[in-house]
Design a protein around this ligand. Sequence first.
Ligand SMILES: NC(=O)c1ccc[n+]([C@@H]2O[C@H](COP(=O)([O-])OP(=O)(O)OC[C@H]3O[C@@H](n4cnc5c(N)ncnc54)[C@H](O)[C@@H]3O)[C@@H](O)[C@H]2O)c1
Ligand SMILES: O=C(O)C(=O)C[C@@H](O)[C@H](O)[C@H](O)COP(=O)(O)O
Ligand SMILES: [Zn+2]
Length: 368
Amino acid sequence: MSDSSKGPCTLEVALGSRSYPIHIGPGLLGDPQWLSPYLTGRQVMVVTNETVAPLYLSRLRQGLGDDLEVRELVLPDGEATKTLASVERIWDALLAAGFNRRCTLIALGGGVIGDMVGFAAACYQRGVAFVQVPTTLLAQVDSSVGGKTGVNHPRGKNMIGAFWQPRAVLVDTDTLVTLPPRELSAGLAEVIKYGLIRDADFLAWLEAEMEALRGLDAAALTRAIERSCTLKAQIVAEDETEQNVRALLNLGHTFGHAIEAHQGYGNWLHGEAVGAGMLMAAELSCRLGWLSDKEVARVRAVIEAAGLPLVAPSDMSVEDFLTIMRLDKKNLDSHLRLILLCTLGRACIHDETPADTLIDLLENFPRR
Ligand SMILES: NC(=O)c1ccc[n+]([C@@H]2O[C@H](COP(=O)([O-])OP(=O)(O)OC[C@H]3O[C@@H](n4cnc5c(N)ncnc54)[C@H](O)[C@@H]3O)[C@@H](O)[C@H]2O)c1
Ligand SMILES: O=C(O)C(=O)C[C@@H](O)[C@H](O)[C@H](O)COP(=O)(O)O
Ligand SMILES: [Zn+2]
């Protein structure tokens, strides 16, 4: 997927002494100049999964140089493995190798690996360095940036975790060539999210370029990654621990997380659930008088063009949605906190959705 028209781009997540770079470009994985500056000592553990390891582990090892003590841990694949038990395997491996506080963990893979490795790093000996090397579109535009780490609980998504920032994010855009189309679509859901919450021009650009993006056009994908990371880095710098504006990154997630938990993690991909959830949020915004029918139709069309579902699971009742949504981490008291759209390109935090409006939406939203 190399776009030879320009060299790598570097963005910054500005967090004072914990600021870090996001390097984005083709061919970064095998080149030592990109990884070595972020290794704190000689001990390095690369954590990946059984799908990504045969594709990219040896390339990443080439980028590590020879004078390090490098261990590898290859975990099983899938959202269902995003558990405390998997994180314990990382801690066991670190202890078995005798790794100390100056070790560095490298997360090579999608958001599941990134979230778990970040959490393992946050807790190992009360915190060690880690580097994100995201290999899915979703991880490159979202999960590798911003320091939300953690695991799922059967009762709720990402319920156990910590804020722990990486030392760097290394996005090798060449890794997207092996990504299955369904996973590419899942990543596009989070890209569309940025347009909806913060950047109407970017949304219009995505509408125009969706075919190129789905066709793995290198220049289009690189631009989408750069714009997404720029917007996420700005929001994280403004509100690292989600006291206010960072919650906007949760557009579609209250509904989406409920779908993922109800369906058993992995049956619906995170991006698919977020895609359907963003349409639900748009339709609710319309019922509250903020979005026009025409604007909702644009949201539906761009989600459909990305190859994402426009329906909720057929076996999910209104009560199923509400029971899981009541546990959402954004809720601070008895109100449901939802992220809605005031207009296309601007989102808002809403604590006062009338129960009957929400129930009406949940009853009438189409099911698969
Ligand atoms: N921390 C955050 O801010 C944040 C943001 C968004 C999502 N997330 C989390 O991220 C997870 C979803 O991430 P994801 O969509 O990357 O899923 P994932 O990590 O499960 O990866 C998707 C699939 O693609 C495979 N894969 C990875 N790279 C590949 C490549 N280059 N070629 C071929 N196959 C490849 C994986 O093995 C997996 O089967 C969810 O758990 C979600 O909650 C976290
Ligand atoms: O970085 C954030 O903040 C986000 O909300 C990004 C989301 O896309 C991501 O799915 C995140 O993991 C959700 O966080 P949660 O706090 O709702 O579990
Ligand atoms: Zn998400």
